[in-house]
Design a protein around this ligand. Structure first.
Ligand code: FDA
Length: 475
């Protein structure tokens, strides 16, 4: 067993933990990062299958994600635009595929009007929220006591409008059925992206991709940190702590440090044995943050055949097994890649089938949008983060009904030397790589201020690099 002494130990080499370590290292603090897996990147992960680049985990970046943008600019990493040319396809309840242009689904005018009304309401609620403190929203308690499913129906009697709007947050973002999370949680999702308008605009929220891959952002940070800082294959299962010191026990390395950044998803906090136990507030809070469930489907074809038919590859069907589909061809590749999403209850059903039945059911659902050519991909791969021991779901964690205003205020409080850092605790960029980066930078800024005896400026938003933000941090 190797033993290291550092100023700070970081647990988890996803984008949040690595952003924290990167900033701490730049500020001259000694750091060690202990990572459970044999790779960095956490929920961002890339592979090449039969010559096609497959983003198994997180991949898109939107214009508001300035935390992630400032990091990639610093690392010299570029982005490219998602393929968006041509018509989208909407699949009706009756199974008819309708090609359409513009932002509105091709549904009855009265349904469009009802959807607009719901979107306006969500925009107004989101505008009144500070995403860093959703529990301070003027209607926080009221909104947290009602499920998003019932909230939508409280304000609208058009079932299709409710389902279409629900799709963007339930299946599309939190990846939980709309009856399991609150309207407050839904408003936070909108507020964290700037507005509900931004969330429902796929050209905004799924705007661009990273040249190299999203995992490449973590790899670039790990490379700059070096092998004597980032240690793979070292799950931390025990953390000893006192007011001013910690000892993190990995499988081949222990690290003694003054502070620890716990940069694992909140559903995994209880994998670690804390000595002494965490306070009751954190122990109870951590039980109410649970992972969503989504299967990300990747299908690679000899050519992006839908483009020749004037289609963008963007498809929506609130009643379909695959509720969303996009052209996900990597820049410069001649093959065509589609990516689809199968969320929550539909995902449960898929994992009940054997492999052949599952493949047939999924491809049939994709063919309902784009025709029979979709039935024969040369690569077919399903991202299965629920089966990954060090994630256990996708995309991220959120609170159960009523949990956000009750437990949320405790989520970012440090416990002595322990600082929690995850995209799932972020305000802006909540559940996204951008939020992971912001949280990592904030944890680093808070720790630097504590170690240096200076005051941490609460307004630090994780966007400016720490060097540029030093005035703020030390104000
Ligand atoms: P993350 O989970 O990434 O990293 C945590 C790390 O901690 C992991 O490496 C894990 O192995 C490690 N760990 C866990 N327990 C440990 C222990 N006890 N000891 C040591 N290490 C431990 N976002 C986005 O911006 N755009 C997108 O398009 C998508 N799409 C998307 C698709 C899919 C399928 C998924 C699963 C996720 C996304 N996301 C996304 C979300 C995005 O990937 C996610 O928000 C960030 O990766 C979270 O970064 P963190 O560093 O907070 O956690």
């Amino acid at each position: 067993m190797e033993h290291l002494e550092r100023d700070v130990v970081v647990i988890g080499a996803g984008p949040s933990g690595l952003s924290a370590a990167y900033e701490l290292n730049k500020a001259g603090k000694s750091v060690a990062v202990l990572e459970a897996r044999d790779r960095v990147g956490g929920r961002t992960w890339t592979d090449v299958m039969d010559g096609a680049t497959i983003e198994i985990g997180g991949q898109w970046i939107s214009p508001d994600q300035t935390g992630l943008y400032s990091l990639i600019n610093e690392l010299g990493i570029e982005t490219f635009e998602r393929y968006k040319e041509g018509k989208s396809v909407y699949l009706t309840e009756e199974g008819e595929a309708i090609a359409y242009e513009g932002a509105d689904f091709p549904v009855a005018e009265s349904t469009v009007a009802e959807m607009d009304k719901l979107v306006k309401l969500m925009n107004e609620l989101a505008a009144d929220m500070d995403p860093d403190k959703p529990w301070e929203h003027p209607q926080a308690e009221e909104l947290d006591k009602i499920s998003f499913h019932h909230f939508l129906r409280q304000h609208c009697t058009d079932e299709l409008a409710c389902n279409n709007v629900g799709l963007f947050i339930a299946g599309g973002m939190l990846t939980k059925p709309a009856h399991t999370f609150s309207a407050l949680q839904a408003v936070l999702m909108a507020s964290s992206a700037g507005s509900f308008d931004n969330l429902v605009d796929e050209d905004f929220i799924l705007d661009r991709r990273i040249v190299g891959s999203m995992q490449g952002v973590s790899k670039a940070m790990a490379e700059r940190l070096g092998e004597d800082i980032v240690f793979l294959n070292n799950p931390v299962l025990k953390l000893e702590w006192s007011e001013d010191a910690v000892v993190a026990h990995g499988s081949s390395i222990t690290v003694s440090a003054k502070k620890v950044v716990l940069a694992v998803p909140p559903n995994l906090y209880s994998r670690i044995s804390y000595v002494p136990a965490l306070p009751r507030k954190q122990q109870i809070t951590h039980q109410h943050q649970s992972m969503g469930l989504v299967i990300k489907v990747h299908a690679v074809y000899e050519t992006p055949f839908w483009r020749n038919e004037g289609l963008s590859g963007t498809c929506f069907g609130p009643n379909s097994l695959v509720q969303e589909l996009y052209d996900n061809t990597y820049i410069g590749e001649e093959t065509g890649t589609l990516v689809g999403f199968i969320s929550d209850l539909n995902a449960d059903a898929m994992w009940e089938l054997d492999e052949e039945q599952r493949r047939a059911a999924i491809l049939k659902a994709m063919a309902a949008y784009l025709g029979e050519k979709a039935l024969e991909p040369k690569v077919f791969y399903l991202s299965d983060f629920a089966a990954e021991e060090w994630t256990r779901g996708a995309y991220a964690t959120s609170y159960d009904l009523g949990g956000l205003h009750r437990f949320g205020p405790a989520q970012n409080e440090n416990v002595g030397p322990i600082y929690f850092s995850s995209s799932d605790l972020a305000g802006e960029g909540f559940q996204h790589v951008d939020g992971a980066v912001r949280m990592g930078r904030r944890s680093a800024a808070r720790i630097i201020a504590a170690l240096d005896g200076t005051t941490y400026d609460q307004s630090y938003d994780g966007v400016a690099t720490l060097t540029a933000g030093k005035d703020k941090v030390n104000a």
